[in-house]
Write a protein that binds this ligand. Sequence first.
Ligand SMILES: NC(=O)c1ccc[n+]([C@@H]2O[C@H](COP(=O)([O-])OP(=O)(O)OC[C@H]3O[C@@H](n4cnc5c(N)ncnc54)[C@H](OP(=O)(O)O)[C@@H]3O)[C@@H](O)[C@H]2O)c1
Length: 209
Amino acid sequence: MRIAIVGAGNVGTTLGGGWAKAGHQVVYGVRNPTDAGVARRVASTGAAARTATVADAVAGSEVVLVATPWTATQEALASAGSLADRIVLDCTNPLKPDLTGLSLGQTTSGGEQVAGWAPGARVVKIFNTTGFNNMANPRYPEGAATMFYCGDDAGAKQVAAALASDLGFDPVDAGPLTSARLLEPLAMLWISLAIRGQGREIAFRLMRR
Ligand SMILES: NC(=O)c1ccc[n+]([C@@H]2O[C@H](COP(=O)([O-])OP(=O)(O)OC[C@H]3O[C@@H](n4cnc5c(N)ncnc54)[C@H](OP(=O)(O)O)[C@@H]3O)[C@@H](O)[C@H]2O)c1
């Protein structure tokens, strides 16, 4: 698939590298495509990786991953142009700056806010409940880490699940986009466990019998 990644940071470049390896075409939408540091970081994710403005990257894409800090997300989406009918994967978490909690939740979520900032987009909340180290390698002795996702568009969710499978995750449908109200606190639990002594080499796995 043609994937535009908005935000070439930890999450963006890790997912972009994995998808490039799986045969997808990845372009990074960045604020300054001629910045040498960004170009170097992006080049390390695959021979064909390239940067463009956010609007240009999005224009040629089938899927858009939003991988910006929460506080920059509204601005980044505004710089993307129209996202109507496009599949938008939202991996952001509306974290407080000191990581002590979420800045919103319970009666709404970051995922729903993203849908409001990208009218008509087919938004899927995904890749927010685990660290980027697990996005590089989701395989554990017990099996694949679970990747929960939610959204209101069945076709977009199918694409999102396939992109999670391509990286080695076990994708699990968590329901409509309002379930982002559950997935964002789950991300906070992962962060809290990692900070409080478990470290980053931990992941959630849904067990079944
Ligand atoms: N880190 C994790 O393990 C993890 C896991 C799950 C979810 N998340 C979520 O994923 C998101 C990204 O996290 P991260 O760790 O990848 O952050 P990061 O390393 O700080 O990268 C964020 C990227 O966003 C770019 N950016 C900022 N404003 C932008 C704008 N207006 N337009 C385009 N790009 C913009 C930054 O570019 P510049 O270089 O130009 O500043 C930077 O490359 C966050 O919402 C975070 O909560 C993170």
